[in-house]
Design a protein around this ligand. Structure first.
Ligand code: HEM
Length: 167
């Protein structure tokens, strides 16, 4: 197993994603079209950004994640779309319009612990479920997002309450 493969596996297991049969050889990876093309170019990227925030806005299980976002999500959607375009290998719209994303710094004012990062990744998983990528592609892309989400953590994890029902 290569170091890269190990990283992918740890990124996945961190977020409770099943790793079986998701990884491909580097030779296969080099010859593929970009994620941007596979997801449906500009239209597909826009749809993913829209869906991500629509899911966050409507599903009660993402309530804590939704609560740290502004009431009006149009700025978040626009900036996320601009970022995703370059991140997925298409035109670097965010970089051209707003400069370097400095994601960790820009997320510094939001409390991001492991449960919050997990909510973000699950929300992305739901959004990707509506895309026309096949299952292994969705999982592979999700790993990349999970790695970035993990990097964004800036708070210790909540301490588990002791189980007082156990004498
Ligand atoms: C780990 C959990 C995460 C949380 C809790 C979180 C939360 C947030 C919040 C609250 C905002 C501000 C929205 C606004 O002001 O409109 C934001 C902005 C943003 N997030 Fe995240 N985020 C997370 C992970 C990620 C990841 C993994 C990515 C990229 C793959 C990402 C990309 C962005 C971008 C591009 C912006 C816009 C930055 C700007 O220009 O202001 N976020 N995020």
């Amino acid at each position: 197993m290569t170091a890269r493969t190990k990283t992918l596996r740890s990124g996945l297991s961190l977020f409770g994603v099943d790793t079986h049969e998701t990884l491909m050889t580097e030779r296969e990876a080099v010859n593929r079209p970009s994620w941007y093309e596979r997801i449906g170019a500009d239209e597909g990227v826009k749809a993913l950004a829209d869906r991500f925030y629509a899911v966050m806005d409507s599903e009660p299980r993402y309530q804590s994640l939704r609560a740290i976002h502004p009431a009006n999500l149009s700025r978040s959607i626009e900036r996320f779309y601009a970022f995703l375009s370059g991140f997925l290998g298409g035109p670097p719209i965010y970089w051209q319009k707003y400069g370097h994303p400095r994601l960790r710094m820009r997320h510094g004012s939001f409390p991001i612990d492991r449960p919050m990062a997990r909510q973000w990744v699950s929300c992305m998983q739901d959004a990707l479920d509506h895309s026309h990528l096949d299952e292994s592609e969705r999982l592979e892309l999700l790993v990349r997002f999970a790695e970035v989400a993990d990097f964004m953590r800036n708070q210790a994890d909540p301490v588990d309450e002791p189980d007082r029902s156990d004498p």
